[in-house]
Design a protein around this ligand. Structure first.
Ligand SMILES: Cc1cc2nc3c(=O)[nH]c(=O)nc-3n(C[C@H](O)[C@H](O)[C@H](O)COP(=O)(O)O)c2cc1C
Length: 192
């Protein structure tokens, strides 16, 4: 039997997210659906919550689209406003256009360059504010057309690379990404 069930602990959990084109929202909904099975789960856009209100929850999943290689400004803003040693535990998630599957050195370098700060930001704020951080989940999310243009012009090195990239990124967040987000949620709950 699941550890949380055995202890009969029903946590008050918030899933909050910043999403412009729906990718991060899709992951937020999946996490919320999973958490709702055994806990009191609330789903809110970041603009609907304040840093102080996060303390009304025992666990907060905070998600963001990746913008300019980091968490988007509204996500950073709320994390920056969290008081030190808050009551809630934190888990992070983000979606990004950068490829993250495969183990080529170039893929790794691109991920670090174009999305790595999202991880750094979650970890840094958690350390600085003594937040009990339970880890993060991330996956690709198909970018909007202007961002596709940027990637094609500034990052992609050949027509073949573009063909492979765009074919892959259009599939995300995939049903596999959603399942992985749900297992991430279960893992976080088991540690909370
Ligand atoms: C203004 C802007 C900047 C972006 N910058 C990055 C970036 O630096 N790195 C990256 O991997 N993706 C970047 N993206 C792509 C998004 O992170 C990605 O498509 C994400 O899934 C969008 O999430 P959303 O649909 O929840 O808004 C950017 C998108 C926008 C709109």
């Amino acid at each position: 039997m699941h550890q949380v069930e055995r202890r009969g602990v029903r946590l008050k959990v918030l899933v909050t997210y910043y999403s412009e084109t729906g990718n991060t929202e899709k992951i937020a909904r999946a996490i919320h659906e999973e958490v709702s099975k055994e806990h009191e789960a609330h789903l809110k856009k970041i603009k609907e919550v304040t840093a102080d209100a996060l303390n009304n929850y025992e666990l907060v999943f905070l998600g963001s689209a990746c913008h300019s290689a980091d968490l988007a400004a509204p996500a950073k803003k709320i994390l920056d406003a969290v008081p030190t040693s808050p009551k809630f535990k934190l888990a992070g998630f983000f979606t990004h256009a950068t490829l993250c599957s495969g183990d080529s050195a170039r893929t790794q370098k691109l991920f670090d360059r174009w999305a790595g700060k999202c991880i750094v930001s979650f970890e840094k704020v958690s350390m600085e504010k003594r937040i009990d951080f339970k880890g993060y989940y991330h996956c690709q999310g198909v970018p909007s057309l202007p961002i596709q243009e940027f990637i094609k012009k500034e990052i992609i090195e050949s027509a073949d690379e573009w063909k492979g990239y765009i074919k892959e990124v259009r599939k995300h967040p995939s049903s596999e990404d959603v399942q992985k987000a749900k297992s991430f949620a279960r893992e976080v709950l088991s540690k909370s």
